[in-house]
Design a binder for this molecule. Structure first.
Ligand code: XUL
Ligand code: CO
Length: 458
């Protein structure tokens, strides 16, 4: 994520001031409609996402639970390490003022409503500027949250999750929960305390922890066991505070292998599951899987979604994609129907993601500079997921893949296989079995057959 306001300019200030409190920020863009017969160049309508249509026993809206993230869509400027901001939004005056923060929030709620999503997500520091100390920062946050509550009431929007930005401020350059200085760990905890409280006020259904700088750049200066233990203690404090204030949202930990640190402790789904189990936190957390992080870890697109779900730990998905030919977190909109099918197949198999959802942790390219590109990108990704949902439903309804997978493991349903699966077999027993039955026959894995069957549905 990057959330730097564009350089201020007189023109931008004038433009922003011209927008009254109730002004329209996206004039000329109507509520996005479902138009299944629209042509290829009609990109401001849904051709597949039909919120109320029933697929596999539930409405599309219930299965998909789309959410817009505030940081990329309303704080992204298009700035990259090589160039200045390219995305100049008319409501931005370039300042870090409360007035600008509130105007930006109004623009966001108009966007959510016109797009027709029900959920949004934010980091504390995306929505309100930091003050000179924590007390002032908290006051700023409360004031913006008051407005967010009002806008949620007016529009029916809900908060999928809140989170704390524990990585942008220089104080966190050596980590937050894993910082070698306890003073900074305490600051991070104080920030999360407030983050939990405002997320509760907004009715947040989950709370995310992404350990942006919880890792190391060189192992030479790092006590990894101390840092991991401190991180676990930090999460235990959060669990205690959650209980104390009666926040009932689901805690989610978001894996990522690297960037900004060389090694991030929450490397991938299995690493995080191992960490949670080791420190006795597995009952209090699930995972928020972001496929672009999964591919950065060297896995296939759906790998972490599948692994987390297999262990009953899939909580939510930051549905984005990377460029397979690049080695960093490009946070692109998911447009590949086959990827979406694989994700939705897992979501259908587990009976739905609620209280999690599909959060678009995605940013338009810095070259996609038109205001309408904000809509086109989300609409395109929602349609890709709607197609993924429909294909996944067909895969499961016809049950061919499910049956073939089941058949591969049939030998575990009786005899020695059942005893191995149950964990009651012994090595002596296996030896006797082989002495009697002889050499096993190797069966074809039929990869190409499975791939061809998937293609039949997508
Ligand atoms: C960073 C990332 C974050 C988290 C929330 O790569 O994905 O935006 O989703 O902090
Ligand atoms: Co994310």
């Amino acid at each position: 994520m990057s959330s730097f306001a564009p350089a201020s300019s007189k023109k931008a200030k004038k433009r922003a001031a011209a927008d009254g409190v109730d002004g329209e920020f996206f004039p000329g863009i109507q509520k996005i409609e479902y138009r299944p017969d629209a042509g290829p160049e009609d990109v401001l309508c849904f051709k597949h996402y039909n919120a109320s249509e029933i697929v596999y026993g539930k409405s599309m809206e219930e299965w998909l639970r789309f959410s817009v993230c505030f940081w990329h869509t309303f704080r992204g400027t298009g700035a990259d390490p090589f160039g200045f901001p390219t995305l100049h939004r008319p409501w931005e005056d370039g300042s870090d003022s409360m007035e600008n923060a509130k105007r930006r929030l109004r623009a966001a709620f108009e966007f959510f409503t016109k797009l027709g999503v029900k959920y949004w997500t934010f980091h504390d520091r995306d929505i309100a500027p930091e003050g000179n100390d924590l007390a002032e920062t908290n006051r700023n946050l409360d004031e913006v949250v008051d407005l967010a509550l009002k806008l949620q009431d007016e529009t029916g929007m809900k908060l999928l999750w809140g989170t704390c930005n524990l990585f942008a401020n220089p104080r966190y350059m050596n980590g937050a929960a894993t910082n070698p200085d306890a003073h900074i760990v305490a600051h991070a905890a104080a920030q999360v305390k407030k983050g939990l409280e405002v997320t509760k006020r907004l009715g947040g259904q989950n709370f995310v922890f992404w350990g942006g700088r919880e890792g190391y750049h060189t192992i030479l200066n790092t006590d990894v066991l101390a840092e991991l233990s401190h991180m676990a203690s930090f999460f235990k404090m959060a669990v205690a505070h959650k209980k104390k204030i009666g926040f009932t949202g689901q805690f989610l930990l978001e894996p990522k292998p690297k960037e900004p640190t060389k090694h991030q402790y929450d490397y991938d789904a299995m690493t995080v599951i191992g960490f949670l189990k080791h420190f006795g936190l597995e009952k209090d957390f699930k995972l928020n899987i972001e496929p672009n992080h999964t591919t950065l870890a060297g896995h296939g697109y759906e790998h972490d979604v599948v692994m987390a779900a297999a262990f009953g730990m899939l909580g939510s998905i930051d549905s984005n994609t990377g460029s397979p030919d690049l080695g960093w977190d490009t946070d692109q909109f998911p447009m590949d129907v086959k990827n979406c099918t694989m994700v939705m197949k897992t979501v259908l198999e587990m009976g739905g993601l609620a209280p999690g959802g599909l959060n678009f942790d995605c940013k338009v390219r810095r070259e996609s500079t038109d205001l309408e590109d904000m809509f086109i990108s989300h609409v395109g990704a929602m349609d890709a997921f709607a197609r993924g949902l429909k294909s996944a439903a067909k895969v499961l309804q016809e049950g061919v893949l499910t049956r073939l997978v089941k058949e591969r493991y049939l030998s575990f349903s009786s005899g020695i296989g059942a005893r191995i699966a149950k964990g009651t077999a012994t090595m002596e027993e296996c030896e006797d079995y082989i002495m009697q039955k002889g050499e096993p026959k190797a069966a074809s894995g039929k990869q190409e057959k499975f791939e061809t069957i998937l293609n039949h549905y997508v």
